[in-house]
Design a protein around this ligand. Structure first.
Ligand SMILES: [Fe+2]
Ligand SMILES: [Fe+2]
Length: 297
């Protein structure tokens, strides 16, 4: 089974397409920052996503997983544009699994209006809702007899300009503990997909205003998993991490579209485990670096 993991595509739209009512609070600062500084890194995003769709077809990807940050400011026009841009990638035989990133739930209006659900709700199904929190997370998807994908929501609105940190709600973390112990899940290879990194590429905790606030509690819950891996985004650098006492390999996809930093992972799974191969962008299309394939069994 082949799985494509990508993240942080940050599809933007021309600012004049964003309705006047959306230009509030942090969005004014974030929008200006994007226009003046960050935007240049994501200019070819749509073209790159078309190329990533072609890659997925060519490599016969069975399942695609995106760990969020589809947009810059969490506006409806951006979510609609991103949904359209990833459409070819979602058309996999086993489907598509995703979670929102902090940019997709930028301010509280995104939650109030359920904007992410409106555009990506069809990919937020749950095969084991009895294990979820009262809010319905995490989502568990069972594929065949050997694979479970657990989608964990770690992003929340951050109205403060200086903060882009995340948190897994306590109820969801408790549900996570139930999930990793449940016999319907724990005998499988378990892929945990979430937006926030559990650690930085050097293995140290991420900063207080940028990282996942309860990353250590999540690592404790994951330590019980006998076989699996963690897929995440948020840090725009593709990397792999093994931590003492935690069996699952941690794979950060970086950003699939950040100019000059493009990255992703392709996983190949058999019954008990498999391998992960990093991918990159050569200016025209996405390619695999097969010399860097690692075991994730
Ligand atoms: Fe991002
Ligand atoms: Fe992020």
């Amino acid at each position: 089974m082949r799985i494509l993991h990508f993240s942080d595509i940050h599809v933007d739209v021309s600012p004049h397409l964003v309705p006047f009512r959306d230009w509030i609070g942090k969005r004014l600062v974030g929008g200006a920052n994007h226009i003046l500084r960050r935007g240049k890194h994501f200019r070819r995003t749509r073209e790159k996503l078309a190329a990533l769709g072609a890659f997925a077809d060519e490599h016969e990807i069975d399942l695609a997983i995106c760990t969020g940050d589809y947009t810059i400011l969490g506006t409806e026009v951006e979510l609609a544009a991103a949904r359209e841009a990833v459409e070819p990638i979602t058309k996999r035989p086993l489907g598509y699994v995703t979670v929102p990133g902090n940019h997709d739930v930028y301010l509280h209006d995104t939650i109030r209006e359920r904007r992410f659900d409106k555009y990506f709700g069809e990919f937020l199904r749950n095969d084991l809702p009895d294990l979820a929190s009262a809010d319905g997370w995490p989502l568990v998807r069972l594929f065949g007899d050997h694979l479970a994908v657990v989608a964990v929501r770690s992003a929340r609105p951050n109205p403060q300009v200086w903060r882009s940190s995340g948190m897994i709600e306590p109820g969801e973390l408790a549900a996570m503990q139930r999930i990793v112990r449940d016999p319907r899940v724990r005998d499988r290879f378990v892929i945990v997909a979430t937006h926030y990194a559990l650690r930085r590429p050097d293995g140290r905790p991420d900063g207080r205003n940028h990282g996942l606030e309860n990353a250590e509690a999540m690592l404790t819950a994951l330590a019980e998993l006998p076989r699996g891996c963690v897929l995440h985004g948020h840090i725009h650098e593709r990397f792999r991490l093994r931590l003492p006492g935690v069996r699952p390999t941690i794979l950060g996809a970086g950003s699939a579209t950040h100019e000059g930093e493009e990255g992703f992972w392709m996983l190949e799974l058999d019954g008990d485990g498999g391998s992960a191969t990093p991918g990159w962008f050569d200016g025209k299309g996405y390619r695999l670096d097969t010399a860097e394939t690692v075991s994730i069994s």
